[in-house]
Design a protein around this ligand. Sequence first.
Ligand SMILES: Nc1ncnc2c1ncn2[C@@H]1O[C@H](COP(=O)(O)OP(=O)(O)OP(=O)(O)O)[C@@H](O)[C@H]1O
Ligand SMILES: [Mg+2]
Length: 340
Amino acid sequence: MGTDIALDLGTSYVKIFLDGKGIVLNEPAVISVDLETNDVIATGKEAYDMIGRTSSKIKVCHPLFGGVISDFDLAKYLIESDLKKINVSKVVMPRIVVSVPCEITEVEKRAVVDSISAAGVRKICLIEEPVAAAIGANLDISVPHGSLVIDIGGGTTDMAVLSLNGIAISRSVKIAGDVFDEAIIKYIRRKYNLVIGKRMAEDCKKTIGCVFPRKEILTFRVKGRNAMTGLPQWADITSDEALEALIDSAMKIVRVAQGMLEKTPPELMGDIYSDGMVLTGGSAQLYGFDQLFAKQTKMAVRVADDPQNCVAIGAGKAIKSIDSADSDDYGILNPLSGEY
Ligand SMILES: Nc1ncnc2c1ncn2[C@@H]1O[C@H](COP(=O)(O)OP(=O)(O)OP(=O)(O)O)[C@@H](O)[C@H]1O
Ligand SMILES: [Mg+2]
């Protein structure tokens, strides 16, 4: 008999939860490819370290974009290699619960299922990301009581009001970690004529980034090249400057949440008002997101424990429902939404 695993195929990170063990893998969703031979050179962390540092013969690719598979073959390769990393081979034939964004098309779902089937699994179940995020954040969504979860990841921010194991209302926007990195790159280029790479921008964001003023001002030295002269250059960026760079994108997310709340049925709205909302996803760790949401929505806001792994942990907890779910022709089902 094989093992049961849960897989969160994120735009930025692939996370794997092993039944009985917890999170066993959290690796960047990137692959580097030799353009001459088409061979894969590295995957995960090793490939991530090559971003911005490759020769013209090597390309670092992101098989997922905006939460969905954008390059099928590379995604398949990535999944196989990640399963190998945790010693799950084709022979073992695990059963898998995989999380998918709630607003994706049937074709996109099919791509997820097909890319995983190729890795040799016995059974695949899909779970909608906000549902998994809520379970991972320890919310009881089986009761007739509304809970609001906002998952701010790398490619997308998914938010939903959940009740009775289902989604009452949801929204998804392609504004998340990657957009924050871009905003920092653009800001530094505009203000200092300094061109920096994506990794430098991400380091800067994680170290001093904020979407609400920090109590203490921090600085971070970014290094790159001057856009005019092409010579090496650096600048010391303060957290207030990072705030200026990031706030517009953060406010776009807040406005989408406000729009969703306006459409939320009044009974559920009452529940959410008394309980507050929960933030999950890697970008929920960006300093001040809780304070920004609290100020703009007048609600209590809590960042979940281990926010980046909530979806994978929640999908992992849903493994126990695999047996009780009915399978359709393709063996795909969604134990928690009743859609399949
Ligand atoms: N301490 C931090 N501060 C700010 N951002 C962070 C921090 N740690 C991680 N991130 C960001 O979180 C993002 C990754 O989050 P996560 O793993 O939840 O995304 P994902 O699941 O891969 O993407 P998606 O759910 O959009 O498909 C990256 O953009 C990363 O830069
Ligand atoms: Mg995610």
